[in-house]
Ligand binder design. Structure first.
Ligand code: ADP
Length: 740
């Protein structure tokens, strides 16, 4: 039993020990557990604190943050991200990122690539993507810049992604505004330079229209020149920008409608957000805004361009099919540019005027040189033409002086001399006439004249030229007498000139037709030939002084190239016009004279021209005074042959004494005598008792009107130019009394 007891005791002691050690172990374990628990608690608290701190941090930063798991499902949105996307963090939790974070490319409007996708695929940080717009849950768009990065666990494995982004709308707008500002400045600068440097009006106006269209953001621009049509209502389209010409031409020029009118009157600029609804213009009939068929204009801006002088040079019109395109600022810009353009246009117009003036002067100078050249040519021809008759005259004189000369030879010699002198006299007459016409001193002796008589006289003058070349002349003239106010001698001179030319410039046996027609208010005299014709480019020129057509020069037959100039001058003095026509070289010519028909029809003309009925001869007593003995003696011989009694003296003093002693009816005095001039002799005679009933005739080499006036003032009754036309003098002597 005792052993049992001891065994039992030992057992109990072991058990106790075991229990004790278990207890100790348990206590230790409990302590360890408590410590572990405490550590865990501490850790968890730390973690919580960290999370809170993290959340607060994320909430505090200005950028938006979104995190996702590895599948790209949203796990967190900070408040900025919530505000920008329109999703709360709770709502978004577990949603695919593409739903919560919708982005498009600002320019292409296509969905943009989500950066998180690339982060999860490639495990790399993805940098900023530009020009991206975030579309919020409500559809609002915000320009953003974003970036994303992978989230890695302690072991470096990817356990999600974080995306950071922020709103750059403000900055984007500022950038845009800056860009626009730079563009405008560059444009203004370029326009200013172009405008200042440009002197060509067309280019300038085009530059201005283009720049204004760009500056204002218009779809099309037009610049209209302020030119009014015959009705005063249309304007010439000048330059366009942004629209084809047809678009404008379809509806014609802007008219004086209430829209365009203020601009063309130079009033203030007009800007309308929507011209079709503008109460100022939209309601006005008939167009209600823009005329029908006009380009689709709603936004409208019109600015007048006013020159320094205040003159409205034109109007600049800008349009856009969208409403409200033009701002107050664009209006100010266009106004500024217009002011600059107006000055430039003024300058260009001045420059153009100066250029025109230079051109005009150059032309005038060229014309002057041409006249000069023609004058030189003329002088050469003149010298030649004046020398030409001298040889036959000298020879004829020699022949007639030779004692052996027969009567027939003498007559022939006299004929030659007479013909040549006549020719020279005609040349000199023409020369004097043309000089009077050019100086405007030629006066017409206008009287009621019968045209038929003028034609007869002209034909008679031209007859020798026509007959010598055996031309056939036909004359067509109305039966009834045509009486017109004209200088009959001058008119006959014009027509005979045309006839002589027709004869000269037509090969022998040609046809010349002279026709007189009456048209309402005008008499038309035409001379047509089938001669060498006139090249088209010379038709105008033939009326210029000293002008001869080169190809016709060998036929001019001693002409000086002044006949037609004189004809034109005389026709002009009659208030008429002369014109040359020809179908070209070898195709004949036609000269047409139009005279205003200040004509009367009456049965008998006031005066006819031609040879008057010969008056009965009266024997006169005459004194001739001339220091040129030959001239005096030959004239005396001529007068004596007509039965007059003539005394010749050779100076002024002799003239005075002889006239006083002889008491002639008529005295013919040369003006240029060495001792006493003809004027002086006349004055002294008129002052004395003998000079009262005397007819005084001046004979001078000077036949200008001024000379005639001087002679009349000195007391002469008549004036004859050397060489005297004997017929005219003899006719005067036949008249009774001879002093008119
Ligand atoms: P000209 O003394 O040379 O005849 P005009 O002044 O009379 O001078 O004429 C000027 C030029 O006009 C002439 O030289 C000639 O070339 C041309 N002309 C004039 N009449 C005719 C005509 N009937 N036919 C052809 N050419 C003509």
């Amino acid at each position: 039993m005792a052993s049992d007891e001891s065994e039992d005791k030992a057992l109990r002691a072991t058990a106790l020990k075991t229990a004790e050690s278990i207890l100790i172990a348990r206590q230790r374990a409990e302590r360890e557990l408590a410590a572990a628990h405490e550590a865990l608690e501490r850790k968890s608290q730390e973690l919580q604190q960290q999370r809170e701190w993290f959340a607060v941090t994320l909430a505090s930063i200005g950028d938006a943050v979104i995190t996702t798991d590895t599948q790209g499902r949203v796990s967190f949105l900070n408040p900025v991200a919530e505000a920008m996307t329109g999703w709360s963090s709770a709502q978004a939790n577990g949603e695919p990122l593409e739903r919560v974070f919708q982005i498009v490319n600002e320019e292409t409007r296509q969905p943009a690539e989500n950066p998180v996708k690339r982060v999860l695929e490639q495990g790399k940080i993805v940098g900023l993507a530009n020009h991206t717009a975030l579309v919020s849950r409500s559809g609002r768009e915000l320009a953003i810049e974003d970036s994303a990065a992978p989230i890695r666990d302690a072991k470096g494995a990817i356990c999600g992604a974080v995306m950071v982004f922020h709103d750059v709308t403000g900055r984007r707008q500022a950038d845009k505004a800056l860009l626009e500002e730079t563009r405008i400045l560059e444009l203004l600068n370029a326009t200013g330079t172009a405008i200042a440097a440009q002197l060509d009006l067309q280019t300038l106006v085009q530059t201005m229209t283009d720049s204004a269209t760009k500056l204002s953001g218009a779809a099309f621009g037009a610049f209209f020149y302020n030119v009014s049509g015959p009705d005063g209502k249309s304007y010439l389209l000048y330059t366009l920008s942004g629209a084809p010409r047809e678009a404008f031409e379809r509806f014609g020029m802007p008219r004086n409608t209430p829209i365009f009118d203020p601009t063309f009157r130079g009033e203030a600029s007009i800007r309308s957000g929507d011209i079709t609804r503008d109460p100022r213009y939209g309601t006005m009939a008939p167009h209600h805004g823009m005329p029908k068929g006009h380009l689709p204009v709603r936004s409208y801006l019109a600015v007048p361009i006013v020159a320094r002088s205040g003159e409205v040079i034109g109007g600049l019109f800008l349009g856009h099919p969208e409403p409200n395109v033009f701002t107050e600022r664009s209006e100010r810009l266009i106004l500024g540019m217009s002011a600059q353009a107006a000055i430039a246009m003024d300058n260009a117009r001045l420059y153009e005027a100066a250029q025109n003036e230079i051109r005009r002067r150059e032309q005038a100078e060229a014309a002057l040189q041409e006249t000069d050249r023609r004058k030189d040519e003329f002088l050469a021809t003149l010298a030649h033409e004046l020398r030409n008759p001298l040889a036959p005259i000298r020879q004829a004189a020699l022949i007639s002086k030779t004692p052996a000369a027969t009567e027939a030879q003498k007559r022939w010699s006299h004929d030659v001399i007479e013909r040549q002198v006549h020719h020279m006299a005609l040349l000199l007459d023409d020369l004097l006439d043309i000089s009077r016409v050019t100086r405007g001193t030629l006066e017409l002796r206008t009287e009621m004249t019968e045209l038929a008589a003028v034609i007869d006289a002209a034909v008679e003058t031209a007859r020798p030229s026509i007959d010598s070349k055996r031309h056939a002349l036909s004359i067509e003239i109305p039966d009834e007498p045509l009486i017109l106010a004209a200088d009959p001698l001058r008119l006959a001179q014009v027509i005979s000139n045309l006839l002589t030319n027709a004869a000269k410039y037509t090969d022998p046996q040609g046809r010349i037709r002279l026709r007189v027609e009456q048209e309402s208010g005008a008499i038309i005299i035409s001379v047509t030939d089938n001669g060498i014709g006139i090249p088209a480019e010379a038709l105008e020129r033939v009326f210029a002084m000293f002008s001869q057509v080169k190809s016709a020069q060998d036929r001019s037959d001693g002409g000086l190239g002044i006949g037609l100039a004189l004809a034109k001058g005389l026709v002009d003095l009659h208030g008429g016009a002369i014109e040359a026509r020809s179908s070209g070289i070898g195709r004949g010519s036609e000269f047409i004279v139009r005279l205003p028909a200040r004509l009367l029809k009456q049965s008998k003309p006031a005066q006819t021209i031609g040879t008057p009925d010969a008056a009965p001869l009266r024997r006169r007593r005459l004194v001739i005074a001339d220091d040129n003995e030959d001239a005096a003696e030959s004239l005396a011989a001529l007068l004596r042959m007509d039965g007059h009694e003539v005394t010749v003296v050779s100076n002024g003093r002799q003239a005075l004494t002889t006239i006083t002693a002889m008491q002639p009816e008529i005295a013919l005095l040369d003006i240029g005598m060495p001792d006493l001039s003809g004027y002086e002799v006349a004055r002294q005679l008129r002052d004395g008792p003998r000079g009262q009933n005397l007819t005084l005739i001046a004979i001078t080499g000077w036949g200008q009107d001024r000379d005639k006036t001087r002679a009349l003032e000195a007391g002469f009754n008549h004036h004859f130019t050397k060489p005297i036309e004997p017929d005219a003098l003899l006719e005067l002597l036949r008249a009774d009394p001879p002093q008119n």
